[in-house]
Design a protein around this ligand. Structure first.
Ligand code: GUN
Ligand code: FE
Length: 497
């Protein structure tokens, strides 16, 4: 009936604070997959009384998982931007910037997904890998193909991952072999994918796998196609949307040149001055509370205001932004303005499926921004002038991503009533990751980081915080023992297919 976890727990509280509880007790309902209750401080002598106070006296009522020292549970990672159809290209083509990279490497690979048996083989391994990397919710940016995207949705559904799955729309500005035959055909196959996904379960609105509208980026969509997508969104306002924005300077200039004379008037009587990239999406009703905007490296002030007003979210993809030499996004500025931000791997612009890599590069990108600020001394605001802290990085990787996907009330942190989407992490030497200085060695040799002398519970808490930081910067899949989605054990090192 219940799964009980007893041991260390980490969960975000806000952009600046998180809970690190060395002796927590978490009760997960096996029926709903939701967290029933959490007690944050349960010393061993109070263990039985605590269970009894919740009416749990019979051992047969629960599965008990006791964490060892060096292990903790935390919310699963949320990858807000991932191209599953680019995984075989990881590590290739990184000499190019965006537009040449798309032309020479990306479109040729994505075109192969026309072949459904190819798609099935690639997607089977991709889904397994991304679940085992600790990604409990993933925004999948599929190829243009209806058949391949349905196969992807089936595989994600079977794997038990929470996800948004979309077939991308491309009706111009790509090689002929990758352009859809017409705006109508593009919308038709999009609708077919949406209804396929909603047909996967009897209760589509609470299903783990949701459809997502996926106009690739403004450039590859004609005004006619965007108008049709706008109608689709107005008739189905709950539909999540994902796309790219302001990633690369050449892309931005070209996008503006394509749309400057053709934009319809602003949707709600607002004035438009100069054309902006965000303004293009907004003109077609695509900038909404449930829109995920990948990259946002070069947002103009007017766009920041517009995105904030529309309550859209940003997927920060620092690995890709460095790797394709796009730039580095000023995430602190967006956080100061109250814009929702999550992290994205953006494979294969990014070269790692793990959100841990995105965390590392988000940290480095924020340090570059600080160095720039110091030079220009323009630093203002709580986040803009500082590097992203560990609490902020944790938030972006979990709750921030959930908020960007508009499911922040359901996942993103460990709280009663929320789904148990979580990782069981081991930072001990026997996890087999030689990059990590084991928590067991800390105990044995007294190598706990920091020089503060603390006692008792405080010492345990600071040890746990040190383990989280090590996990972020030295950890990998080997440290992820188990991955849970909606209370179900679905992946990680211990998982057997
Ligand atoms: N813009 C349009 N398509 C893509 C893509 O596949 N990757 C990235 N990084 N940017 C894009
Ligand atoms: Fe992308």
């Amino acid at each position: 009936m219940y799964t009980l976890f007893y041991g260390a727990l980490i969960t975000p509280k806000s952009l600046t604070e998180y809970t690190a509880a060395p002796q927590a007790l978490v009760c997960v309902s096996k029926v709903s997959g939701n967290i029933d209750w959490i007690e944050l401080d349960v010393p061993s002598h109070k263990f039985e009384d605590t269970l009894a106070s919740y009416g749990l006296v019979n051992l047969r009522d629960f599965e008990f998982i006791e964490l060892k020292h060096g292990e903790f549970i935390m919310p699963g990672f949320i990858d807000t931007h991932f191209h599953p159809c680019q995984v075989p290209n990881i590590g290739s083509g990184q000499e190019y910037e965006l537009l040449d990279w798309l032309k020479h490497y990306t479109y040729p690979l994505e075109a192969k997904f026309k072949d459904k048996s190819f798609a099935k083989r690639v997607y089977t391994t991709v889904v397994r890998r991304i679940v085992d990397a600790g990604t409990t919710t993933c925004c999948y940016f599929g190829s243009v193909h209806e058949g391949a995207t349905k196969i992807l949705a089936d595989l994600v559904h079977a794997a038990g991952q929470r996800a948004f799955v979309g077939k991308c729309n491309v009706d111009r500005e790509a090689p002929d072999y990758y352009v859809e035959p017409s705006p109508a055909a593009s919308v038709q196959s999009t609708l077919s994918v949406i209804s396929h996904i909603r047909g996967l379960t009897p209760h589509p609105s609470s299903a783990l796998v949701q459809p997502v509208l996926t106009p690739r980026f403004a450039m590859t969509c004609t005004p006619e196609l965007l108008s049709k997508l706008s109608e689709l969104v107005l008739s189905d306002p709950g539909l999540t949307i994902q796309t790219h924005i302001d990633e690369n300077r050449d892309e931005i200039a070209y996008t503006k040149s394509l749309f400057k004379d053709v934009l319809p008037p602003p949707p709600d009587g607002e004035e438009r001055c100069e054309i902006t990239y965000a303004g293009v999406y907004d003109a077609y009703n695509l900038l909404r509370e449930n829109t995920v905007l990948a990259h946002a490296v070069y947002l103009e002030e007017e766009e920041i205001e517009l995105i904030h007003r529309r309550k859209a979210g940003v997927s920060h993809c620092p690995t890709s932004n460095f790797n394709l030499r796009s730039g580095y996004a000023k995430i602190g500025v967006l956080l100061d303005r109250g814009i929702k931000v999550g992290l994205g791997t953006d494979v294969s612009g990014g070269y790692s499926l793990s959100i841990l890599t995105a965390i590392q590069h988000a940290s480095i990108a924020s340090k570059l921004v600080v160095l720039d600020h110091e030079r220009s001394s323009s630093a203002k605001g709580t986040f803009a002038s500082k590097q992203l802290s560990i609490p902020t990085l944790l938030y972006l990787a979990t709750q921030g991503g959930a908020d960007v996907c508009n499911i922040g009330g359901r996942v993103g942190s460990l709280k009663p009533g929320k789904a148990f989407d979580a990782l069981l992490v081991s930072m001990n030497s026997d996890a087999g990751n030689p990059e990590v200085w084991g928590a067991d060695l800390d105990r044995e040799l007294g190598t706990i980081p920091g020089d503060e002398k603390r006692a008792g519970q405080e010492a345990k808490r600071s040890e746990l915080k040190a383990q989280l930081e090590r996990f972020f910067f030295c950890g990998d899949n080997r440290n992820i023992r188990r991955v849970y989605v909606q209370g179900k054990f679905v992946g990680g090192k211990e998982f057997k297919v």
